[in-house]
Design a protein around this ligand. Sequence first.
Ligand code: PLP
Length: 478
Amino acid sequence: MKSSVFDEPLEAAMRHARGHLASIDTAPVGARADAATLRRRLSGPLGAAGVPAAQVVDDLAAGVAGGLHLTNSGRFFPWVIGGALPAALAADWLTSAWDQNAHNYAVSPAAAIVEEIAGGWLKEILGLPASASFAFATGCQMAHVTGLAAARHGVLARAGWDVEKEGLYGAPPIHVVSSAHAHGTIDRALRMLGMGTKHWTRIPVDDRGQLPPAALEQALASRHGAPAIVVLNAGDVNSGAFDDFTALIPIASRHAAWVHVDGAFGLWAAASPNYRHLLAGAEAADSWTTDGHKWLNVPFDSGFAFVKHPQAHAGALGMRFSYITYDSDVRDQSDWNPEFSRRARGFATYAALRELGRDGVCAMIERGCEHARAIVRGIGKLPGAQVLWEPVINQGLVRFPDPRAGATPQEHDAHNDAVISRINAAGEAFFSGTMWRGQRAMRVSVSNWRTDARDVERTVAAVAAALRQEIQVHGADC
Ligand SMILES: *Cc1c(COP(=O)(O)O)cnc(C)c1O
């Protein structure tokens, strides 16, 4: 093959990528370099003269060394972050090399067709209606904006209001109801869409982390027929809890409310016959969102929105331009997406789904749940640890209370966080702290395709070691 100006920088990138990925089982999982170190290595005035491309790549790789969390490790548990499946990663490289603008069919025929096919596969695996429209967005945040823009269009159209023309000036307020555990990205989507937070009712969850049906009924009844959107959780970000769709969606329907389901990772339970029951009734919602970059293990960034009412979806987001052609028998992404020019995200999703197949997706989801349970139970058996939440799916919570008699709540919280810091400093595994029912806890989130039984063993051993050390240093009287 004739050499090109791309060979050297791409070969350098390949070398660094392979080195990085080969270090995953041995390198510390958490980043080691601090902000000052990274700034010192990477900053400096931008020179007047350019630098040869391969050297830029080498310098960048050297500069960020130690400043990357090994998110693609099987022992990275702090947040719901997947790794990149091999085919998805490779397809994502090609996406950059092909450099397609996935605006619509005319601008990139292959990107449009691949996205159309991958969207169909996703609906099948996620148990959503085949007739639903969809969008491949940057993540669940923009998928929420997409679904809730369709919702805003839908509920206001029913109230005789054309929101695309009139805006929200003088519109009837839209009441939003969710549990208090709705994700922060819902809050931001509502703000971006001009719906604000004043008309948003956040109902405390019950012991199982679910929105109580009677409270939903009451919240919807008290708005006297005003337009309403109900946001339900398929996988709470701390506990993985699912709202009871079978009980809640009929209540919302009786009140003519639009139901939007946040299934950032939980919607993937649909791929497994063992966990699918958690989503029973969710197919009756009006819009759903999930992520590719979490449990499907597609590289960042990748989120999906699905809408049962294509007219409301296209009514909210569709856009057509005089200088672009539109073909009637293909899907133009610009009718469904919040972006104009955009990355061809369909390639990586297509590749991930083909690499795994339906059985592979199912096995990956079940593995994540089993390993989350094994880690939470394993930690729960250690002296000085408590289980706060056994995983329903792939999310669990544990806590490390201060072992000293008479320790205050603040001391318990501080001890919990000190143990987490110790685990992370040792480098065998990586976790984050969170607040749970007013106290500090540690999240266990398993969403990486690589996590295996050996990772579980190494992780529990690392937590045991950190607990022993912390108690030796600070737990004087036990
Ligand atoms: C991660 C997450 C989001 C936000 O998704 P992004 O892809 O990060 O934008 C929303 N809801 C839940 C439940 C999540 O876990």
